[in-house]
Design a protein around this ligand. Structure first.
Ligand SMILES: Nc1nc2c(ncn2[C@@H]2O[C@H](COP(=O)(O)OP(=O)(O)O)[C@@H](O)[C@H]2O)c(=O)[nH]1
Ligand SMILES: [Mg+2]
Length: 316
């Protein structure tokens, strides 16, 4: 059992140094879609690039991934619905063991990471009862990924194509979906434990659904470049993307997100990604299919931070 939240933990968790990665975002920010696509990529393309295997740690994870994520999205090309099947509890985290083979000059070793993906919606943090459970996970997290839907940022509206703008109206004006409110609610809770100092857990803040904004970005933007698959973290690319997202937030009158993070966290980084790679239709994936774009970037950065991935520079 988890000593903090008293939920059942899979046996694998105890045998390996666990790193809990919590995923937080407002309703509709793309969390479920992101989890589905990220895991799929880790099992296939990115797993091959990193020389890594990804295995589910318990039967609930296997059942839930298949039923609630893989089957609808990859099997039927359906967008994931907010309502979960009764057979699985949406509050159960998905627990995976990610193992990398690290080839050295003298010997080959492996390094493992237990990935506990916990999907916390912004509105869950509002109700007292739900937030207790979610916040206990968050307090135990070794890394937090905040998903920010750029369609929720008022300043980004003018950069959207008509189709994307039509999709973005759902959450408009709802303070619970304002990214700064979601981030600050989590932060205040984490800070109350040791007030004063900045929080040390690495925080990845990722713009989701970036496909809707790419047409409006200038041609030289690093966000137009796909990552070169080298099995390392490209530090030049990392810095370029971070700075570009920071500049975009500023431009969209959301520069407060950056200022707030710098006041509260010692280690945070900006990302931009798209799980689907294109604007979906009403309830299904667009005609181009699922074309993930930079979905693995936050995880690569975290692996680098955890000492499981090398960083390289292109220049020098
Ligand atoms: N354009 C675009 N839309 C997306 C993408 N991912 C999700 N969406 C849209 O956002 C909606 C909400 O996504 P979902 O993953 O259910 O959000 P959650 O409530 O945070 O779990 C989906 O129904 C899609 O319409 C993406 O990569 N690109
Ligand atoms: Mg969801």
């Amino acid at each position: 059992m988890c000593p903090r939240c008293h939920n059942r933990l899979p046996a694998e968790y105890c045998a390996n140094p666990g790193r809990i990665v919590a995923l937080v975002g407002a309703k509709g920010s793309g969390k479920s879609t992101y989890i589905a696509v990220l895991l799929h990529e880790l099992m296939h393309r990115v797993g091959a690039e990193l020389d890594a295997s990804l295995v589910a740690c318990d039967d609930r994870t296997i059942a839930r991934y298949k039923q609630d994520f893989a089957l609808p999205l990859y099997g039927r090309s359906r967008l994931l619905s907010a309502t979960q099947s009764a057979a699985t509890d949406p509050r159960d985290p998905l627990v995976y063991l990610l193992t990398r083979t690290i080839r050295g000059r003298l010997r080959t070793t492996t390094a493992s990471l237990t990935l506990v993906l916990f999907d916390t919606a912004g509105e869950d943090l509002r109700s007292r009862q739900m937030s207790e459970l979610h916040l206990r996970y968050l307090e135990a997290a070794d890394a937090i990924v905040f998903l920010v839907d750029p369609l929720d940022l008022v300043g980004a509206q003018s950069s959207l194509s008509g189709a994307a703008r039509a999709l973005s109206s759902a959450n408009q004006g709802d303070p619970d979906s304002d990214p700064i409110n979601v981030i600050s609610r989590v932060t205040e809770r984490l800070r109350s434990e040791d007030s004063g100092r900045r929080i040390g857990v690495p925080v990845a803040v990722a713009l989701s659904k970036i496909d809707a904004l790419l047409p409006a970005l200038e041609r030289q933007s690093p966000l137009h470049r796909a990552r070169t698959p080298t099995g390392t973290l490209d530090l030049d690319d990392r810095e370029a993307v971070h700075e570009q997202v920071r500049a975009l937030l500023e431009e969209w009158q959301a520069g407060m997100i950056d200022r707030y993070l710098s006041q509260n966290y010692t280690d945070y980084a900006f990302f931009a990604l798209s799980a689907l790679g294109g604007i979906p239709e009403t309830d299904k994936v667009g005609p181009g299919g699922i074309r993930p774009y930079r979905v693995e970037d936050p995880l690569l950065w975290l692996l680098y931070r955890f000492g499981m991935l090398k960083g390289t520079r292109r220049t020098r």
